[in-house]
Design a protein around this ligand. Structure first.
Ligand code: GLC
Length: 728
């Protein structure tokens, strides 16, 4: 009789329990141990696997996989060690291979911040599906994505990896990414277990300095930073990664409240928690553990199920359980969660990777096509004076100049460990392929650029930062363009030719000079392998720009932290109150902003009913009309203000949006339902609540929308409209 856990016809829970019942204490702890793909672990990996002392391999040769060149283990090499685990260990439990597949595997797509700028959840899902197909062909089972940290500070290099400042947009993107990675059938051999990270509040790091402390109140945590994780969990995300940082003096990788009570309890998260690289061991650095043993016991008891790359669990948990300092129930719970993921992935049925699949899927044409579409949709047109764009078809000479005009590798973005510079279409290649005009190019000599501008009909100035100036541990003190780039704007603007400034970066670069002097300004982010084609598609009008900002763009770093959904302000009556006296208070470009090549009108906002009891849905609708001469896609955005609440609520919050494409003159009514989910918030006691009172709504093209409506949540018959529901 074969062992029940090997019987794929049995329910997963039964297989998990059968296997768990057969495991020794040491084998259980072995499943909690993840090791990196580098010496000395890679030298010992076969013995660890044979002895059942490792549960997972992290396919990264350094803790900075986002910016250090990585040497991928071959599929054959991965299969060889997997064979040892499956065929030579006592119970044959397969290893789960984790890797950072953040925005594409080999077909590198735009950075997640750019993906959020597309506001196109379906496309983000499809692009992450492509990434899963490629990564699984290379032996990867689990990705450490999506990163869903809300970020309001562009100095923080990791703002590039997340979906921006807004909980609703980030939640929509998080769910789309999870669906893309995990697919409809996690066990189909082409899907990746997803991992929402870095739980929770990492983006609020003090001073925008990575890994630093945060101070987040519980209501802000629950109303701003938790929601994208809640969306990922609701989408079935199989794992969550705890962070390096602290909240109010408590390390997120050592917090029983955050990991067990909130995530696994209130949010009902049934997957497993993996630490960030060494973040359990670092509890010692944070002063909460005197030694590795205490760090292991603290992190594990708090709720971190798997230890990423510090081996403190392997060293100390057996003894801790035997001594009664860690409960056997807690150990079984952690092992059960990890085994469940391995069964759900089908690893017991297909532990080895088909070595022939990669050639068929890596850089597949349809993957590149999707990457191109997503990169084009992520581009945000911020200025277009006198319709200088799209480029006139009869242009004869274009000067494409600036430090990023021909670059390739630096367009890959900050987390592209599997990407290659030779795969990237540069801006020059893209523009040349898209126009018959003669392209004059120079990347590093200002006087040459000026001469090229003088003999051209139009200048495209490609500025920005290298991928490796963004991402993990790449935090900066200003948000200006890198040194030497602003003088290029001034010099070229003096040549009297139409000037198009393209900024390629992993953060909201503050460049009021470009806004003032250029005729057109575009944020093209780090667009991945198809960056050049995508930019050319937008510049030539093949694709009408539809990108909208997922973050507020400040006019200077002095405005940071800056975000549109700030809490209501007590002294708004006097316009001078609470404002800077030495510069603008409003952002250079607001959240949700972006232009297209046409124009749209919003009319006839309707709210029904205007008085709603609990349980009713309020419908808000607006008439949208394309009033321009070209087809265009508009991001219709709905913002809400809860006017009477138990805690101070934001001036306005995005609660819904719709991507609407209309031809010239076409008109459509766009409707949004608002129910408890959209209108409730987490109150002082952490419970979701909806209070009776007035709500204001705005519908428009960005977070400054002015077309306003109102409705009221009224007392229900026999009771208040207030309801207490399980929080989140
Ligand atoms: C890094 C990052 C995390 C990544 C992990 C594995 O330190 O913080 O986002 O997934 O290590 O590479």
């Amino acid at each position: 009789m074969s062992d029940a856990y090997r019987d794929a016809s049995l329910p997963l829970a039964q297989r998990v329990d059968d296997l768990l019942g057969r495991m020794t204490l040491a084998e259980k702890v072995g499943q909690l141990n993840q090791v990196p793909d580098r010496p000395p672990w890679s030298d010992r990996i076969e013995q660890l696997a044979r002895d059942g002392q490792v549960g997972s391999r992290l396919l990264a040769s350094s803790a900075y996989a986002g910016s250090d060149p990585q040497n991928l283990s071959s599929v054959e090499a991965l299969n060889a060690v997997q064979r040892v685990a499956v065929e030579q260990s006592r119970l044959g439990i397969p290893l789960i291979h984790g890797r950072d597949v953040i925005h594409g595997f080999r077909t590198i797509t735009p950075i997640p911040l750019a993906q959020a700028a597309s506001w196109d959840a379906a496309l983000v899902e499809a692009a992450n599906r492509d990434a899963a197909r490629e990564a699984t062909a290379a032996g990867v089972h689990w990705t450490f994505a999506p990163m869903v940290d809300i970020a309001r500070d562009g100095r923080w290099g990791r703002i590039a990896e997340g979906y921006g400042e807004d909980p609703h947009l980030a939640g929509v993107m998080a769910a789309a990414a999870v669906r893309g990675f995990q697919g409809p059938n996690l066990a189909d051999g082409q899907s990746l277990l997803a991992c929402a990270k870095h739980y929770v509040g990492y983006g609020a790091a003090e001073g925008g300095r990575d890994y630093n402390a945060t101070e987040i109140s519980d209501t802000t945590l629950r109303n701003v930073y938790i929601p994208p994780f809640a969306s990922a969990v609701a989408a079935g995300c199989g794992s969550v990664m705890s962070g390096f940082h602290t909240i109010g003096g408590e390390p997120t990788s050592g917090s029983h409240y955050l990991l067990t009570e909130l995530l696994k309890g209130e949010l009902g998260f049934g997957g497993f928690v993996v630490s960030d690289w060494g973040s359990v061991w670092q509890l010692m650095d944070q002063g909460l553990a005197a030694d590795r043993r205490e760090a292991a016991e603290l992190g594990f008891t708090a709720g971190v199920d798997m230890d990423m790359c510090s081996e403190v669990y392997l060293e100390h948990l057996v003894a801790a359980v035997e001594a009664g300092r860690v409960s056997r129930e807690r150990l079984d719970d952690a092992v059960r969660r990890i085994l469940h993921a391995k069964f759900a992935l089908g690893l017991f049925e297909h532990p080895y990777t088909d070595t022939g699949r990669a050639a068929k899927v890596i850089l597949a044409p349809e993957h590149r096509a999707r990457a191109r579409q997503l990169a084009a949709e992520s581009i945000v047109l911020l200025k277009n004076r006198d319709g200088v764009l799209p480029l006139a078809a009869d242009l004869k000479h274009i000067a494409l100049v600036g430090p990023l005009a021909e670059t390739t590798g630096s367009l890959l973005g900050c987390w592209a460990p599997g990407g290659r510079a030779e795969d990237v279409v540069s801006l020059r290649q893209g523009l040349q392929a898209a126009t018959d005009a003669e392209i004059f190019c120079n990347t590093d000599q200002a006087d040459v650029m000026i001469n090229l501008a003088r003999k051209s009909d139009l200048v495209v100035l490609a500025l920005g930062e290298h991928s490796w100036r963004s991402g993990e541990n790449q935090c900066i003190q200003t948000l200006a363009l890198p040194e030497g780039q602003e003088p290029l704007i001034e010099a070229l603007a003096r040549q009297g030719k139409p000037l198009v400034v393209v900024i390629c970066a992993g953060r909201p670069i503050a460049c009021p000079l470009a806004e003032r002097l250029a005729d057109a300004v575009l944020f093209a982010w780090h667009g991945g392998v198809e960056a050049g084609h995508a930019l050319a598609d937008v510049l030539t009008g093949k694709t009408s720009p539809a990108g909208r900002l997922p973050v507020s763009v400040p006019s200077s770093v002095g405005q940071v932290p800056i975000h549109y959904n700030r809490l209501r302000f007590g002294r708004w009556q006097n316009p001078k109150d609470g404002r800077y006296i030495d510069g603008p208070t409003e952002p250079l470009y607001p959240f949700g902003f972006g232009l297209s090549y046409t124009s749209f009108a919003y009319d006839d906002l309707r709210v029904s009913p205007e008085r709603a009891g609990l349980g009713q849905t309020v419908e808000v609708s607006v008439q949208l009309t394309n009033t321009g001469g070209r087809e265009g896609t508009e991001l219709v955005q709905l913002y809400v203000r809860d006017c009477v609440a138990q805690i101070v609520r934001p001036e306005r919050e995005l609660k819904a949006f719709a991507r609407v494409t209309l031809g010239p003159g076409q008109s459509r009514r766009v409707s949004f339902p608002l129910g408890f989910e959209q209108l409730s918030y987490s109150g002082r006691d952490g419970q979701r609540r909806l209070d009776a009172g007035e709500f204001l709504v705005w519908v428009g093209p960005d977070s400054r929308a002015t077309l306003q409506g109102r409705f009221e949540i009224v007392q229900c018959k026999g009771g208040a409209a207030l309801t207490l529901r399980p929080s989140l």
